[in-house]
Design a protein around this ligand. Structure first.
Ligand code: ADP
Ligand code: MG
Length: 406
């Protein structure tokens, strides 16, 4: 068990707290598109407030590259926070670096919340700059990191700040780690992993980490095409990575070595192009022609994946099985997800998922709540599964001697 310093290890009564959250949410027409990440930290905010703490929310959004960029202003979140924190005193601070602490908290009471402007408007954040972190830290007594989705970044408000003030994991971060540890690292076996998405190269580290660990590895989405190509199949105009073929060979030979069952699509949905309303056809993997584009797994493949899931006790899923953004290429993902939800609901399967597009696909299909655990982490979730030491977590397990708050 990763031993993280948590809110149980620190006295937060009546303290001023910087709460690092991940509010990197999609904004559409000035409105927040998906509230999942915001809702996920509300319990932490409420807990801190219940202890008389004042809470300053620190987050990044998008990639403004150290400059002020109105497209990425966290102001867009104010109405949402008012709704999710009814009756709570909420202030927005545009400027909070090199500002006296008393000035920063002026006109606030215990239990109030300040939302700070996008931390990535400051170049010091992504540089993990110590002076920048010190300036931020001077505003509060304690920093609470509840930004699991940003823990794979050694940025100032995640990493350097831990050298300036006591920093502990928040409720969401702690629950993410314990869920992934109990459901994946200590998974009930057989353990099945399903990996989809567009490219082998972006998932190669996770595939390598999964092969020795899982009993069944099912591959779908665009990345399955490179596996089919390696098996000598025609893939037509499908998305493939010829340069990934040695990686595919390596995965297949590792699977043999570790006795890991590899499942690949046996049929696919093809079309001439990826566009709405295009005519699509189901083909077996031996029927694919030179003009075909593989855009989803077919019904026989779904059955194959479903049967494997029925044999498993734990399922880890990352990456959509088809180009789910455009119908009907969401069908493979939908049908498989429905089966997983059914098995989960009758207590036969523990299901765990994470990844930006994976979670977006499940949210689009309204199946998110049927999983045992949906991680708020994308890159961080994958890196954790890969066994990498996340910089944001490493610093939280090293803070034991510094836990006294003055
Ligand atoms: P995640 O963000 O969950 O880690 P990825 O970013 O790896 O997932 O992959 C998601 C993308 O993969 C989606 O945009 C989806 O359209 C694309 N994709 C899945 N299957 C195919 C396919 N057969 N052809 C082209 N793109 C695909
Ligand atoms: Mg993605």
């Amino acid at each position: 068990m990763t031993s993280l310093k948590t809110l149980n290890d620190i006295n937060i009564k009546n303290k001023d707290i910087l709460l690092r959250v991940d509010f990197n949410v999609p904004i559409e027409d000035g409105k927040v598109g998906d509230l999942t990440r915001i809702k996920a930290v509300i319990p932490t905010i409420e807990y801190l407030r219940s202890q008389g703490a004042r809470v300053a929310l620190i987050s990044h959004m998008g990639r403004p590259d150290g400059k002020v960029d109105a497209r990425y202003s966290l102001r867009a979140l104010i109405p949402v926070l008012h709704t999710l924190l009814p009756g709570v005193g909420l202030t927005f601070r545009e400027n909070y670096i090199n500002i006296p602490r008393a000035h920063f908290w002026s006109d606030t009471n215990r239990g109030d919340v300040i939302l700070c402007e996008n931390i990535r408007f400051h170049a010091g954040e992504e540089k993990n700059d110590m002076n920048f972190a010190a300036s931020l830290a001077s505003l509060a007594d304690i920093c609470v990191n509840d930004a699991f989705a940003a823990c794979h970044r050694a940025h100032a408000s995640i990493s350097a700040i831990t050298n300036c003030i006591p920093t502990v994991a928040g409720l969401l971060l702690a629950s993410e780690i314990s869920a992934i540890e109990s459901h994946y690292l200590h998974a009930a076996k057989p353990l099945m992993a399903v990996i989809g998405g567009s490219k082998v190269s972006s998932k190669i580290d996770v595939l390598k980490a999964l092969v020795p660990k899982v009993d069944i590895l099912a591959i779908g989405g665009g990345m399955a095409n490179s596996f089919l190509l390696a098996m000598g199949k025609e893939v037509g105009l499908s998305l493939v990575e010829k340069s990934a073929l040695p990686l595919v060979e390596d995965i297949l030979s590792q699977a043999k070595l570790h006795n890991t069952e590899i499942l690949l699509p046996v049929d696919v949905v093809v079309a001439a192009e990826l566009a709405p309303g295009v005519t699509s056809t189901i083909k077996t993997i031996d029927e694919i022609g030179p003009e075909d584009r593989i855009l989803d797994i077919g019904p026989a493949s779904v059955t194959l994946f479903n049967q494997a899931a029925s044999r498993a006790k734990t399922l880890l899923w990352n990456g959509p099985l088809g180009a789910f953004e455009i119908e009907p290429f969401d069908k493979g993902t939908l049908d498989f997800a429905q089966h997983v939800v059914k098995l989960t609901q009758v207590g036969k399967l523990v299901s765990l998922t994470g990844g930006g597009d994976s979670v977006a696909a499940l949210a689009k299909l309204d199946l998110e709540s049927g999983f045992t655990y949906v991680s708020t982490g994308g890159g961080a979730f994958l890196e954790f599964i890969e066994g990498k030491i996340l910089p944001g977590l490493a610093v939280l397990s090293q803070t034991s001697e510094k836990i006294q708050v003055k």
